[in-house]
Design a protein around this ligand. Structure first.
Ligand code: OAD
Length: 229
């Protein structure tokens, strides 16, 4: 039988490309308050502060290159075709730059902006967003295409369908504390998938996870992908 695979990635897969994770030592949320840059309230109170935070992250992205783990997943996608789906919590573009195509950014995408009035008006954006930036479709104001805390992640229907239908689910480089992504392993397991965790730190026993592989993403992901049949 040809197996279907869903992969979930988190900040840990980009750590060796030099991008900060969120909760680790020296993580992003040690330097910034979530309430100042990543909530709907922050956007209402001080949109410039929020835009500037994501402008800074967007501007820095080209310095960071995809690593062996991103590349291995893009190669695995080529091998599996439509039996493969990559869901990422990351807003960076390292998966795309490694060649991934079948990818859903459930927490948004740094390289896009969204219309303030129409959530489906989204567009690629490379520069600095300001209070004067306008939606190219309707002329309204814009916001970063980032799913803030208190907001519903994107593509949930497609993700749930894929999780229900897959034979294997693997989650990589995520602390598994932010829902709904943290619940995907339980959901996939209930529908019969084998569940694997690839991470630097191995959490306490988790009844939903069948296999744990501990190590750096650049070492364990290429090996795991090669062995996937
Ligand atoms: P976290 O920072 O919470 O977790 C990163 C995980 O990666 C940890 O479990 C680390 O042990 C692991 N890790 C670190 N370096 C690694 C390496 N070289 N190889 C393998 N694993 C490594 O990041 P996420 O789980 O992605 O949301 O965070 C989830 C969400 O919380 C993010 O998408 C973001 C954040 O708030 C929003 O901004 C909406």
């Amino acid at each position: 039988m040809k197996k279907k695979l869903v992969v979930l990635t988190g900040a840990g897969i980009s750590a060796e490309s030099g991008l900060r994770t969120f909760r680790g030592n020296d993580g992003m949320w040690e330097h910034e308050n979530i309430e100042d840059v990543c909530t709907p309230g922050a956007l209402r109170r001080d949109p410039k502060r929020v835009m500037d935070f994501y402008n800074f992250l967007r501007k820095g992205l080209p310095e960071h290159k995809p690593n062996a783990a991103h590349i291995a997943l893009a190669e695995l996608e080529k091998r599996l075709g439509d039996r493969f789906l990559l869901v990422t919590q990351n807003v960076d573009n390292l998966h795309e730059r490694a060649g991934s195509k079948r990818i859903l950014h459930m927490h948004g995408d740094l390289m896009k902006l969204r219309c303030m009035n129409h959530p489906d008006h989204e567009f690629m954006f490379k520069g600095e967003e300001t209070l004067e930036t306008k939606c190219p479709f309707c002329g309204a104001g814009t916001r970063p295409d980032i799913v803030f805390f208190e907001e519903v992640p994107l593509y949930m229907d497609m993700i749930q369908n894929a999780l229900r239908d897959c034979d294997e689910f693997v989650y990589i480089g995520t602390s598994s504390v932010v829902y709904p992504a943290a619940g995907f392993k339980n959901f996939a397991k209930r529908f019969g998938a084998k569940v694997t965790c690839l991470n630097l730190e191995i959490p306490a026993h988790d009844p939903d996870t069948d296999v744990f592989v501990q190590g750096k993403a650049t070492e364990i992901v290429p090996k795991w992908c090669e062995e996937f049949v």
